[in-house]
Design a protein around this ligand. Sequence first.
Ligand code: ADP
Length: 495
Amino acid sequence: MALPAGLTKRDLASALEEFAAAVGRQFVFTSDEHINTYRDEFGPLRGTPKDPVPSAAIAPGSVEEVQKVVRIANQYRVPLWVISCGKNWGYGGPAPRVTGSVVVDLKRMNRILEVNEQHAYALVEPGVSYFDLYRHIQERKLKLWIDGPVGGWGSVVANTVERGVGQSILGDFYNFQCGMEVVLPDGELMRTGMGAVPGSPTWQQYKWGFGPHVDGLFSHSNIGIVTKIGTWLAPEPPVFLSCQVSVPRFEDIVPLIDITRPLRQKNLLVNSAVFPPRLGRPQDPANLGGWYNKIGFYGEDKVVDLQWQHVQDAYAAIPGVEFKARRFTAPYDAGEMDAFGRTLAGIPGVGGYGYRGVFCSPILPFTGEAIWNMIHSFDRIYQEYGLRYFGEAIHIHQARALVAPATVPISLDDPKVNETAVALVRRLIVESTRQGWGVYRITTAFMDEAMAAFSFNNGALLRFHETLKDALDPNGILAPGKNGIWPSKHRGRQA
Ligand code: ADP
């Protein structure tokens, strides 16, 4: 069994006994077979001694059990790694940052506590997937829409705190979060925003509460275990248009982005994602074809038609542009939509991109020039490693910046591919840092490099995070190293 640094076999065995007493012996997993399910199948360190292996996994069934687990971990100094559904593919999967961590698997905490149709929100536990929430709404015939990531098996809580993205009306998940309940590293239970007012009817309706707004401290974070989250939903639109704008030439990405920007800023587009046409295969920018933009229009009958007409007029400036649209009206039948339409309608699917890879996702200014520059500077680096730039999508979930994940292939069994991936991702992060981009999110293996880019004033931001980390988690038990934030006992020595 993989031991956490600084712990003896006997310490770990005693801790596991106490975890068993807290959550039930049947919810403590230590066999190799079980542990294998908590390793990262998309891990670029796979097959090397640095691949993080958990010592055990435990599955608490309630908030009280999570609190007990945290207190026991403090007593024995056991590092914990929290997952909700554990499907974080491309960003670390269910695996911890530090070998020997005990994975706290929150899948059993899967209650949908409230779905409010009048105010369009939901309050859910960590184990609730997008499939669960969608099914719950459909079964009750509630007139609400959700949005989700490519695979509906992901957790609403995890995708929200990790700032995942969807392609429908609520694509910037964290933006639509409202109110949290959090177990702090010492086992204390806290509610944020209006949830701190006992009996408040507006916990999921008003984000800011009173005093400093702290919810962000629990996003991309290792100072709390989120046990409930509020998420805003969208009222079912009476009409939905599923639209595609295709441009024929590779260089058309520049006007495509520049025309999209003002449309997005004016809310004439509320969502969009731009894709290269040959997903799933490495692309060669030198001889690629064009791009397509997925857009949905959601709303009142005449309004959506006018919006779509206006948007077509704007894109018509690109020679050879083509438009496609399908119109759907409520009540919706997911069976009538193709996969393209279903994603735009936020209907969870089983989609993946059909490859095994990790992402390096720079945050770019919303200009065609910035995208063009990124593609070519990244492609030059890919070529140094015998590959060509491979972009997954350009996410337009905000109106002022773009997130453009570059994909780097990895392999389950070929260490050469993974060695290349590690070196290439490191180089891409260096390039992103040099250009001032930073990255939006990254798989666990590269979190230190990604955080190092945020270095203003001798790393004041990271020093602030570390001050909070040490104050709230003095034993450094919660997800050490997550997002490059280490507790003092690891600092300088890292994993
Ligand atoms: P998903 O299954 O939705 O893809 P995971 O369950 O794999 O997501 O979680 C992804 C990451 O999100 C984890 O590595 C962890 O850092 C963070 N996370 C997940 N659940 C929680 C939670 N309840 N509280 C705090 N952080 C969480």
